[in-house]
Write a protein that binds this ligand. Sequence first.
Ligand SMILES: O=C(O)CCC(=O)C(=O)O
Ligand SMILES: [Fe+2]
Length: 403
Amino acid sequence: MSEVEATLDAYRSRLAGGGNSSPFLNPTPDQGGRYEKPIATAHNEGLPIIDISAYLDAESTEESRQTTAKAINAACVNYGFFYLTGHGIPVPILDQVISLARDFFALPLEEKNKIKRFDAGGPEGGDGARGYQGLGENVTGGLQDMQEAVDWYREWPADKKDLKDGRVKTLQGPNLWPAVPQNLTPVYTDYISRVQRIGKALVHAMGAALELGAPIAGANKATQDENIFVRNCEDSFWVMRMINYPPLAATHTPHSTTASTSGKSESEADAESFSCGAHTDYGCVTLLHTDATPGALHVRLKDGTWLAADPVPGAFVVNIGDMIERWTNGLWKSTLHRVIHRGEAARVSVPFFYEPNFEAMVKPLAKCVQRSGGKEMHAGSTYGEHLQTKVFSNFYYSKRTDW
Ligand SMILES: O=C(O)CCC(=O)C(=O)O
Ligand SMILES: [Fe+2]
């Protein structure tokens, strides 16, 4: 049995044996009405596991691709989340990504602040997005998250930089790489190119999973065949994020109890208690790589219960983002998730967000509109517009001064 299979076995028997006893995971009513149908299997079996190798191997059979595509469709309809195996990134590289993140966060604040994120349009030359963000600087749903992080994005093309009175605009600054640990930059740069390749294979499989139709010769970005996501992610405006979560206080109150008895909303009840508040991701697909800490990442299932998506060694946790929800006109949901980490030691995670091109026009696909009742859920906008709104609302101290 491989290490991945063994871990999954243990995970499933823990769940099957009533192991879902964490106070965070008690059922709560789906007050938002975000999902229509209850689902039953995930608490017993865990999230689905999908092997992407057929879409990375040019020699794979049509049959193996079909199998993968079908599994992706089922996982995205039911959960919006799954584990991804068969991606080909060697485990020592995955381990190094985590240990370098730990080494960086262990540095004194003064050292980490050498690559500090600053608001766009300010005298420090920040672009409001790239760089190191200290504890409490990140905000979800208006509340400060208990985390520190570094963000890198695809570089903004030099010939498209648009200075305003000599000041840098949102997202248009250079990436900020730390001098220590010394090998973080080369290892992460290599990792980014590897995960981009997986992201591309995944969105290709998603186009097939939606049965959008065989590739059309001479297609452009608006052509709605199975390669539409591939074309609209060709210059993916990816984000790489490295996060450190110090443990929350052990006195944290589980939201389900507080929310139902006090009449407060989930977020009010847990004001200072999230490592990362409940949110959906912005773009296409997130490839999440974490350390081995269990119990921290919670995925909201359609019936309103939270499932702990514990790490499986060597596998990514994948979820789809808002742009895929919009393209599919809601057939696939961008699923709420959150992080509540208590434990002893800090938890480290490194999500890679494989996103559409900045200029990609994202609007519901005709076939998906047809299949979901004929009404478009969104009139369409570019991914860049969506991202800019999100970046601005993400930072506690941020003042948008570049517009
Ligand atoms: O750290 C995690 O497990 C998830 C982080 C996350 O959801 C995010 O950064 O969008
Ligand atoms: Fe997320």
